[in-house]
Design a protein around this ligand. Structure first.
Ligand code: PGA
Length: 357
């Protein structure tokens, strides 16, 4: 895992955009061997798209031999709806660069058979040799693509019901009206993302900080599906300072030190060249079954454990003087105080003295 932390959103976006450009250039794609890029939508990646477009216009990069697969699409809103992910992608990216429209793959939330559309999507990814770099954003609930909390970590492209948190968060794009937000989406699965040769996630802002913390500092968990990245060989998260607010200082310092040490040692941490420059076999990231002892049925408890063992098994302790029984009556200082709950301490002391005398 690499965690790259930058001072603010624009610096984090610039890092990601430059990283993508470097990756495509190192790959040197051709029509026969295109670079396959997985892409997200949402407010977070907008800055990255803006810089990619600028770099294209400055002649620094060409998308002619790039094939893209978007992560997700709403079910049931028209393709030309302003909030469909189809519209988003053309508005923010595709229409500004030289990517051939035939190289753009998007899920179709209006397909007559949604399931068949998902299966065909997975097949198209395989046909193109797998995804070289999956760029992703996350939700406040830690979802990656639309893999909501509770999604199978072995999931593939499928129909997904959106969680309430996501519907609430996305209502800002639908006039603040949660009833206008689609209830379902098509999304690549966790497994589909993990099979990308590299996954780069951009996380911006304080509202994502808890999700980042759960995903980095805690275990792999289907309630925070980004945490599945812990199983990936080449994951990278790029975050701004605000997104790190819930992380331990120790975590932040460690990840910052990785970059610093590499820089001081005169090299940059780069991917193995096989991943960087060619499209090798699609990596299969297996989610291993947890091999822990399982109780199949209640185990018998022996009666020996339930029964109090005979006192004779213990060494006999000497009886302490404090435990010599006495009569309660002897503690009552005088007969007319029977009814007092708290005896007068002076009288009690006098009485004690008299007894001792
Ligand atoms: P956001 O959404 O970038 O608009 O916060 C990302 C997501 O929900 O995946």
């Amino acid at each position: 895992m690499r965690l790259i932390i930058r001072d603010n959103a624009s610096k984090a976006s610039a890092y990601v955009a430059s990283y993508i450009v470097d990756r495509i250039r190192a790959f040197n794609p051709t029509p026969e061997n295109p670079f396959v890029l997985g892409l997200p939508t949402g407010s977070t990646p907008q800055g990255v798209y803006k810089i990619l477009v600028e770099k294209y216009k400055a002649g620094e990069i060409s998308f002619e031999n790039v094939v893209t697969f978007n992560m997700d699409e709403y079910v049931g809103i028209p393709r030309n709806h302003p909030e469909s992910y189809h519209s988003f992608m053309w508005k923010h990216f595709f229409s500004h660069v030289n990517i051939p429209p035939s190289n753009v793959y998007m899920l179709n939330g209006n397909a007559p058979n949604l399931e068949a559309n998902c299966v065909a999507y997975e097949e198209a990814i395989k046909r193109h040799g797998g995804i070289d770099l999956f760029l992703a954003g996350i939700g406040e609930d830690g979802h990656i693509a639309f893999n909501e909390p509770g999604s199978s970590l072995a999931s593939r492209t499928r129909v997904k019901t959106l969680g309430y948190d996501t519907i609430l968060a996305n209502s800002r794009f639908f006039d603040g009206d949660i009833d206008k937000v689609p209830r379902m989406a098509l999304t690549v699965g966790v497994q589909t993302v993990l099979e990308g040769r590299e996954v780069v996630v951009i996380i911006l802002g304080q509202r994502k900080s808890l999700a980042l913390q759960r995903c980095i500092e805690q275990g792999v968990n289907h309630m925070w599906t980004l945490s599945s990245l812990q199983l990936h060989p080449h994951p990278m998260i790029v975050a701004d300072e605000d997104a790190t607010l819930e992380l331990q200082v120790k975590t932040v310092k460690y990840f910052k030190s990785i970059e610093k040490v590499a820089r001081e040692a005169g090299f940059e941490q780069v991917l193995p060249s096989k991943v960087r420059t060619s499209n090798g076999p699609i990596p299969l990231t297996k989610v291993e079954e947890v091999n822990s002892p399982t109780i199949h049925s209640p185990q018998l408890t022996t009666s020996r454990l339930l029964r109090a063992p005979p006192a004779a098994e213990y060494p006999i302790r000497s009886v302490s003087p404090d435990l010599v029984p006495d009569r309660m009556a002897s503690r009552i200082p005088e007969p007319n105080m029977h009814k007092r709950l708290t005896p007068n301490p002076e009288q009690q002391a006098a009485r004690q003295n008299a007894i001792i005398a």
